[in-house]
Write a protein of this length. Structure first.
Length: 202
């Protein structure tokens, strides 16, 4: 069984602004009743990226922020085992600022789909659009991928796969450092992020 739900962006932003995640907790509990597995949460990062980046993109996106058209993916096999199909002919759209949960049993392809959206994996078939850019087009460059990753990112299920520092401040700074963000802007973003979630003292 699978389901998808969406929250109005203003409710997400109010929760972040007030450091109150009660609405998210209730939301996850409610939709998790249909499965024993935790949902994959997809939140397009336009509600959290810098105002400068929002201004750069304002008015440029004509359709959905994320759009998948007939995506299929199989994990490759080897000499002794065949390929394992995980996703077949999946299509959907995610609007800018929406809050989406994808539910499914263990092994149903939730994490695989998230990796496809972040371009960690590439679909075998179909098209993926990020901010109107076809990320499956043959002329897509590494710069195109980096630009798209300013709008969509992934938090891995296992913390050990994503924690790179022993200090919270340094770990939060890791992402913008790899995007080439200037040091003073990194400082501002780190302070704002930690204050937003009540972790400034750490």
């Amino acid at each position: 069984m699978q389901a998808a739900c969406a929250f109005p962006p203003e409710r997400v932003q109010d929760g972040l602004r007030n450091n109150n995640y009660l609405h998210l907790t209730k939301f996850v509990r409610k939709i998790s009743k249909t499965t024993k597995e935790p949902p994959t949460i997809i939140l397009p990062l336009t509600s959290t990226v810098s105002s400068e980046h929002k201004a750069e993109r304002r008015g440029e996106i004509m359709g959905a922020l994320i759009k998948a058209e007939h995506i299929s993916y199989s994990y490759p096999g080897d000499e002794d085992t065949p390929a394992v199909p995980v996703l077949k002919d999946v299509s959907f759209e995610i609007e800018e600022g929406s809050f989406v949960a994808i539910l499914g049993h263990n092994g149903s392809g939730k994490s695989t789909l998230a990796k496809l959206l972040c371009m960690i994996l590439a679909p075998d078939e179909g098209k993926l659009f990020i901010a109107d850019r076809d990320m499956t087009a043959p002329d897509v460059t590494e710069d195109d991928v980096y630009a798209a990753r300013r709008d969509i990112g992934m938090v891995f299920q296992n913390p050990d796969n994503q924690l790179v520092a022993t200090i919270v401040e340094e770990d939060v700074a890791f992402g913008p450092e790899n995007l080439g963000v200037p040091s003073d802007e990194i400082r501002r973003r780190v302070d704002h992020a930690l204050e937003t979630v009540g972790m400034s003292e750490y």
